[in-house]
Design a protein around this ligand. Structure first.
Ligand SMILES: [Zn+2]
Length: 435
């Protein structure tokens, strides 16, 4: 059997389980080459395969790998790589990081996250496939599932940014970020529009609704559609988790890179931090915050404390003063937060500056502020330079919108959000109000 036959057999296998993805493979020119240091690479028009790698694959692994390549094409990663380049290229270059390699890792994380959902056994069990980048699996255990390539890029960027020079050097080496020899997403000029993205979803949707597509492929296609047809909405819980993850992780322990796996030859550091990480949660208890909104956040924070190794959360209530007397520290030992501890009795106004200065003094790994975004000292607050990583959770939009309060409309909410633009504000979604 020639190498080409092996690939053809893989494509036939893919056709049986997913006509949609196999179409994306066969529309490409398929070229054999030993120049690419990976099993396969694609720029959307040409699919390159390296016979040395292909030979070692089991049929099922080959099918999964082809599906992986098809998903790069379906996701237009070859074009998105080019579009995202201006945002990072110069900055990465200064750190001796190959933008191309970083994007490859990000794109693979995005795709494999979807693939693992449908064929977990193969992706976790196969030595060949599990050598790729899979969120939540070593060495990517800190990366959440189901983000886009762009979102994973921003996580990688964030990691690089938060390291001192030595750490960064090791991180770059262990990931091979300074070397783009083995990149498998090849950039391609072109533009991708919202409309195009939508039409791709429609095609995918039509494919899985038509007869003849296997169940397993439907699921990954479904996940793909969900991802691109859902309105862009920020998941505050996920953002909060990510903030805490990024700010509280300790010094990474680096493992030696291993070249045993052919598809990926980089190893991320594992992060086992023995120390306690602490987050200050500033809760605006001024009268305008709904109890439900505050409770929702309490619940989620206790969940996070419950499931993380060494996280402790310091709750510090404030309105126009900071209530040190009511400060509470939560860790694994004193959960859940009792109802009586959630009571907030304040009808004062809100002042941010003093609260944030006090929180800064706690030397925490991060500060999260839950507020309705109506402080009386906005200008002063904007001038203060916060020393600790800071995240703002807002209940403004959701709280007031649900009340059908005629004096607050979308326009006003937008204006308030604009005012706090320098900070990342995430709106907390609360359920229906009982009132
Ligand atoms: Zn890939």
């Amino acid at each position: 059997m020639t190498n080409r036959d092996i690939v053809s057999r893989g494509i036939l296998g893919l056709m049986r389980v997913s006509p949609f993805y196999s179409t994306l493979i066969v529309k490409q020119e398929i070229v054999e080459t030993k120049d690419v240091d990976a099993a396969m690479a694609t720029d959307g028009n040409t699919l390159l395969y390296n016979p040395n790698y292909i030979n070692k694959l089991k049929q099922k692994e080959l099918v999964e790998l082809l599906k992986h390549e098809a998903m790069h094409v379906a996701n237009k990663h070859h074009i998105r790589a080019k579009q995202l380049r201006p945002k990072y290229e110069r900055k990465f270059k200064d750190m001796d990081v190959s933008y191309h390699k970083a994007f490859n890792i990000a794109a693979d994380l995005a795709i494999n996250s979807l693939l693992v959902k449908t064929e977990r056994n193969y992706w976790i069990g196969s030595e060949f496939l599990s050598g790729g980048c899979i969120p939540k699996e070593p060495p990517f255990q800190d990366f959440p599932h189901l983000l886009s390539a762009e979102e994973y890029m921003s996580m990688i960027d964030h990691e690089l940014e938060n390291m001192d020079e030595d750490e960064r050097k090791e991180y770059i080496n262990s990931l091979g970020l300074n070397n783009d020899d083995d990149c498998t997403v090849l950039e391609c000029p072109g533009n991708i529009t919202e409309e195009e993205m939508k039409s791709n979803s429609n095609i995918a949707s039509a494919t899985i609704n038509s007869r003849g597509s296997g169940n397993e492929s439907s699921q990954s296609a479904k996940a793909f559609i969900e991802k691109y047809s859902a309105p862009p909405k920020v998941n505050w819980k996920r953002e909060l988790e990510r903030f805490i993850q990024v700010t509280t992780k300790g010094r990474p322990n680096y493992r030696r890179p291993s070249r045993r796996h052919t598809q990926s030859d980089f190893i991320m550091p594992s992060r086992k931090d023995k120390g306690v990480s602490n987050i200050v949660l500033l809760i605006d208890v001024s009268g305008s915050m709904s109890n439900e909104a505050v409770s929702t956040v309490y619940d989620h924070m206790s969940d996070m404390v419950k499931y993380s190794e060494n996280l402790s959360i310091k709750l510090l209530p404030f309105d126009d003063e900071v209530f040190y007397d009511s400060m509470q520290v939560f860790d694994k030992t004193n959960l859940p937060v009792a109802d009586k501890d959630r009571i907030r009795e304040s009808y004062g106004g809100t002042l941010y500056t003093n609260a944030i200065i006090q929180a800064d003094k706690e030397c925490a790994s991060g500060i999260v502020m839950l507020t309705d975004l109506m402080p009386a000292d906005n200008e002063e607050f904007m001038k203060y330079k916060i020393k600790t990583p800071f995240l703002m959770l807002s209940t403004y939009g959701s709280d007031w919108m649900h009340y059908d309060n005629p004096s607050y409309d979308n326009e006003q909410i937008r204006r308030i959000h604009d005012r706090f633009k320098p900070y990342k504000i995430i709106e907390v979604e609360v359920g229906k109000h009982e009132r």
